[in-house]
Design a protein around this ligand. Structure first.
Ligand SMILES: *[C@@H]1O[C@H](CO)[C@@H](O)[C@H](O)[C@H]1NC(C)=O
Ligand SMILES: *[C@@H]1O[C@H](CO)[C@@H](O)[C@H](O)[C@H]1NC(C)=O
Ligand SMILES: *[C@@H]1O[C@H](CO)[C@@H](O)[C@H](O)[C@H]1NC(C)=O
Ligand SMILES: *[C@@H]1O[C@H](CO)[C@@H](O)[C@H](O)[C@H]1NC(C)=O
Length: 479
């Protein structure tokens, strides 16, 4: 509980910073590729109370009706663990296909993310306020809004609604179809780790997939250098001088002082690699932050071409290689390794992955990360220290363990997307109900299929998108 209180203090102190950051991000909105109108709907804080609902909050959603023609369908994106305005800007596929279908687009924000905060700036302040952050409440928000839209805009003839979602948002799109089948007529999901729970999926695949991306795009030498890097860093950070050296050459915003700081630094670095593997698009992009085309290749080329065999030179070269990624625009003054503690979206996701969405991760000799066991007891204890709540592993399995109990869902997964580990691709398509379709994309970064088309797209992606379009057409004909 102690840690939880400390965390509260950190969060409330940092909220002004987060607000400033939001304004900063908004400042860029004029550069946004896709135009959307922001709207809000009042939704119950608790959908499942049997007594009259008294507390509501504003859930944000964003609409584009530019391509809508009467009789066209509604495409809803069920937002996951991100600010929905960012998700929308990275979901160009929906904008590309809206004119084909005369569709209206609705992107719905997930509660506790972005600006959809049930208790405003106090949403993360107490366990009591956090307890409405759950998949069941989020799904009920989506169904509630869809119902309201149907009542308000489509009284005479209800158009078909199709859900879309990537990763966690993809799990939600599939679950929405399963739990509220009258809400949406079908769901296209991309890299949704729908089976990623301790009981069903082993822990090593996530880091292995990241490593595979680095092997394919950075070659074996890069993986070896990264492995060596962990040892060099661990060795160097044993001393204060070493900590100072890393802090200054890597331009960290806060100096590394304690062993805990070093752990957070190592975790930050591991996350840089995960994110790099995810956004290894063939064009420059801004999924997390701005990165060049094929960032894994860019980073690995730099890291391995100027390899220096002494600790200081190695660390210096490492910093320079990383800068090409973390400081692509040249506008990052310093590196903030504490972002996970400071960004409310990250805190919300940590809470969810501590309570319901427990996705076991471990690293072994076969990947490029520091060896880390998966120990559920330890994991749950850390979560309890952080949030003061107990974990509920395998909780969402009450939605069903068998993907063939769904209907009108596409489960699409890319074999080079770490986020797809735990996806429904382990079964071969022919064992599934014919309205549940799995689709494998051989080589594509995270949710690339849901991005807008680009001249750098390869055949795999183009074919996947064609498959989604023809499947939606089938569903619309049937409906
Ligand atoms: C939330 O914002 C209000 C008004 O801006 C302020 O008075 C309050 O202290 C803030 N609460 C927290 C937990 O930051
Ligand atoms: C330098 O080379 C030696 C011998 O090959 C190796 O053991 C050591 O790990 C290398 N150090 C660095 C920082 O690359
Ligand atoms: C990012 O690049 C700019 C311009 O080259 C430089 O001034 C700044 O120190 C760099 N920041 C980091 C964190 O490396
Ligand atoms: C698949 O599920 C749908 C909906 O439950 C059902 O109508 C259909 O008959 C099933 N198809 C097969 C091949 O089992």
């Amino acid at each position: 509980m102690m840690a939880f209180n400390i965390k509260n203090n950190i969060l409330s102190k940092l909220f002004p910073i987060i607000t400033v950051l939001l304004i900063f991000i908004r400042g860029f909105e004029s550069f946004n590729l896709y135009s959307l109108e922001t709207r809000y709907i009042e939704v119950p804080v608790d959908h499942f109370s049997a007594t009259p609902i008294t507390k509501y909050f504003y859930l944000r959603y964003m609409v584009n009706a530019k391509y809508y023609r009467k009789g066209g369908p509604v495409f809803v994106y069920t937002g996951g663990n991100r600010d929905i305005s960012i998700t929308a800007q990275n979901s160009g596929f929906l904008f590309d296909i809206a004119p084909i279908f005369n569709a209206v687009l609705v992107f719905i924000e997930h509660r506790y993310y972005g600006t959809s905060l049930p208790f405003g700036n106090a949403s993360f302040a107490t366990i009591e306020n956090l307890k409405y952050l759950s998949t069941t409440q989020a799904l009920a928000d989506f169904a509630f809004l869809i119902d309201a839209l149907k009542k308000k805009f489509f009284q005479k003839a209800e158009p078909p609604f199709i859900a879309f979602g990537g990763h966690y948002g993809g799990m939600l799109a599939a679950w929405l179809r399963l739990k509220y089948p009258h809400s949406v007529d079908g769901a296209i999901t991309s890299s949704a780790p729908i089976l990623y729970f301790p009981e069903l999926t082993s822990c090593e695949g996530y880091y292995k997939t990241v490593t595979r991306v680095f092997k394919v795009y950075g070659k074996e030498k890069c993986v070896k250098t990264i492995k060596l890097g962990w040892e060099v860093i661990l060795d160097l950070t044993k001393s204060n001088l070493g900590k100072d050296y890393i802090s200054s050459t890597w331009k960290l915003c806060n100096k590394l002082k304690t062993p805990e700081d070093v752990d957070i630094f190592l975790d930050w670095l591991a996350n840089v690699y995960i994110k790099l593997a995810m956004v290894n698009y063939p064009y420059s992009s801004e999924y997390f932050e701005p990165v060049p085309a094929f960032p894994v290749m860019v980073f690995c080329n730099k890291l391995t071409s100027n390899y220096v065999n002494n600790t200081k030179g190695f660390i210096q070269n490492y910093a320079e290689a990383l800068q090409m990624i973390t400081n692509y625009t040249g506008q990052t003054d310093c590196i903030n390794i504490f972002y996970k503690q400071e960004d409310s979206n990250e805190v919300a996701w940590q809470y969810q992955t501590c309570t319901e969405l427990i996705m076991p991760k471990c690293s072994t000799d076969e990947d490029m990360f520091l060896t880390k066991n998966w120990n559920y007891q330890q994991f749950a204890l850390n979560c309890y220290k952080q949030f003061g709540v107990r974990s509920r592993p395998n909780g969402p399995l009450t939605y069903g363990k068998n993907v063939d109990s769904y209907s009108n869902v596409v489960f699409s997964n890319s074999m080079l997307d770490p986020g797809a580990w735990g996806g429904a691709y382990l079964k071969s398509a022919d064992t599934l109900n014919d309205s549940v379709l799995t689709y494998q994309i051989i080589d594509a970064p995270h949710l690339m299929d849901l991005r807008g088309s680009d001249s750098a797209d390869d055949n795999n992606i183009v074919t996947a998108r064609k498959f989604y379009i023809s499947t939606i057409k089938k569903w619309l004909k049937r409906g």
